[in-house]
Design a protein around this ligand. Structure first.
Ligand code: AMP
Length: 544
């Protein structure tokens, strides 16, 4: 017997159409560079996205063509997020914090035909223009005519004004009935080693990911929420929030370029934000600002943190001092990105405050639709006892099968699992906890030591601002941990006092063999600790 259900494909345009039809007056608020606030609605955004589809078609953008963006979170970027995939092209978000050589490589590798660029990145475009001239036909400045920068571009590469193009374009446009397998968006991994690699999402994977993160035990966005994705729209689809917010009809607050504590505090209160998502560094900045000024957050209920491990201080300080739940998620570019989210199960309801913080540090349970497992060096599955740690593998409909330009399936093992490169434990409740990146784990006498656990404990010391733990070569144990710390402003670090934080918290053989104090630590373009550099620098620290 054949299924008789309606075969509507899962399309990104249907999310925007839904928001416009059922939540037309839900607000989309953007803050621009000069602090001015732009207000629009989901209803108007759909009309503008149709207009943009016509404007892009007028520039010769067709099915499957890549439209690159170098832009902060705002309403124009949101319009591209919907118009490019909606018309059958591909929205390629580019991280402007990468090295210009990498940006030029990414644009050429992706074959972007049009680049949509915030005026603030005009200098960057001028630098890389000769290197991208073979693929890019037009640079569209995301600006009003009066804000257009003077820019010298190579012959054959047009400089255009977004607002002028939009004013000239017609609004009538019918979103095409694409196959749900059509490529919709493209994002390159930050690549701490080697060249960045592209991940190509589909309409289907994007819509399914949106449903999954809208479950009550994940972000669970509602029409009465006002959501602030602090995570940039150039970092893995802003964790899917621009799509999930349209599905729920939530208000969307887009913060632009200023992500410091004072700017976020003002925006969150002025725009009555209920839920915000971003990396721990951003939340540490907000916390420092609130503590220094005595400021309060009037409407925020939930802060989602992800992208790197959550320091215990965030959960405790926001929970105890401000009554805000800090919720921990984990994911990666290759999985759209959300894979796990930390919300309690019945077994966790009786936990005391220390137990709740301990639980909150875990990266969470797998989202329905995905599966995960941990394996040892031979590929054998490890038990879910919260103790054994091994390589974390995932699979599911919003996990990639390959990197851009490589054959389908080439990023998977024989059973279709994707190796995340993370090392993790899974406890009997299915709560996954990242203990390391596989290349960062410290192998001491054949046993593994988690560098992240040691770093989290080190930053709980009042004199320590930031910490990294790397493996150094050791004549007897192969590798031993070395702790590298940066002092808080105005503090002196006493190595013995820092090492005392490990007493009774980790096995004695995990305690680092040496403490090094530096003025600062190297970071990647996405704000992650650049362990490769530190590993190189301190590899010989214990043998020299
Ligand atoms: P990206 O693809 O740039 O988003 O980086 C993905 C990687 O970031 C993951 O494989 C993890 O190593 C790391 N990561 C993401 N979220 C978390 C988290 N909540 N805790 C620890 N590491 C994380």
């Amino acid at each position: 017997m054949q299924s008789l259900m309606q075969p509507h494909p899962l399309l990104i345009s249907s999310l925007l159409k839904h928001a416009a039809r059922h939540h037309a007056d839900a607000e989309v608020v953007s803050r621009s560079d000069d602090g001015a606030v732009h207000r629009t609605t989901w209803g108007a955004t759909e009309g503008r996205a149709r207009r943009l589809a016509n404007a892009l078609a007028g520039l010769g953008v067709g099915a499957g063509d890549r439209v690159g963006t170098l832009a902060w979170n705002d309403h124009r970027h949101l319009e591209i997020y919907y118009a490019a995939p909606g018309m059958g092209a591909i929205c390629h978000t580019i991280n402007p914090r990468l090295h210009p050589d990498d940006i030029a490589y990414i644009i050429t590798h992706a074959g972007d035909v049009v680049l949509c660029v915030d005026p603030g990145f005009a200098g960057l475009i001028e630098t890389i223009a000769p290197a991208i001239a073979a693929t890019v036909r037009a640079v569209v400045m995301l600006a009003a005519p009066a804000q257009m920068p003077a820019l010298a571009l190579p012959p054959g590469m047009a400089l255009l004004c977004y607002d002028t193009l939009m004013a000239a374009a017609a609004e009538e446009f019918t979103w095409p009935a694409l196959s749900e397998a059509t490529a919709s968006s493209l994002c390159y991994t930050s690549g701490t080693t080697g060249r960045p690699k592209g991940v190509v999402y589909s309409h289907r994977s994007t819509v399914l990911h949106g449903y999954a993160i809208n479950m009550a035990d994940v972000l669970g966005l509602r029409a009465i929420d006002r959501v602030l994705p602090v995570v940039p729209m150039f970092h893995v689809n802003a964790w899917g929030i621009p799509y999930a917010a349209a599905m729920a009809g939530s208000g969307l607050v887009l913060p632009g370029r200023h992500l410091d504590g004072a700017s976020l505090h003002a925006l969150m209160n002025a725009e009555r934000v209920t839920l915000a998502a971003g990396v721990p560094t951003v939340w540490m900045g907000l916390l420092a600002h609130l503590r220094a000024t005595g400021g309060r957050l009037d409407t925020v209920k939930i802060i989602m943190t992800g992208g790197s491990a959550c320091p215990p201080l965030l959960i405790e300080a926001f929970g105890n001092e401000y009554g805000i739940a800090v919720e921990h998620g984990w994911g990666m570019t290759e999985m759209s990105p959300v894979g796990t989210y930390n919300k309690p199960k019945p077994a966790h309801l009786g936990l005391d405050p220390a137990g709740r913080t301990r639980l909150g540090l875990k990266q969470g349970r797998i989202l329905c639709g995905l599966d995960m497992k941990i394996v040892d060096g031979t590929g054998a599955e490890l038990p879910w006892d919260g103790i054994a740690f091994g390589d974390l593998k995932v699979r599911g409909p919003w996990v990639t099968t390959a990197y851009a330009g490589e054959p389908q399936g080439s990023a998977l093992d024989a059973e279709g699992w994707f190796a995340t490169g993370d090392v993790a434990t899974i406890d009997p409740q299915g709560m996954m906890e990242i203990t390391d990146r596989s290349k960062d784990v410290i192998k001491s006498g054949g046993e593994w030591i988690s560098s992240i656990t040691l770093e989290n404990l080190a930053v709980s010391h009042p004199d320590v601002a930031e910490a990294a733990v790397v493996a150094a070569v050791h004549p007897k144990w192969d590798e031993r941990p070395v702790l590298i710390v940066v002092a808080r402003p105005g503090r002196q670090i006493d190595p013995d006092s820092v090492l005392a934080v490990y007493a009774d918290k980790v096995p004695r053989w995990w305690v680092p063999d040496a403490v090094v104090v530096l003025d600062g630590l190297p970071h990647t373009a996405t704000g992650k600790l650049q362990k490769t550099v530190l590993r190189e620098q301190f590899r010989g620290h214990l043998v020299l």
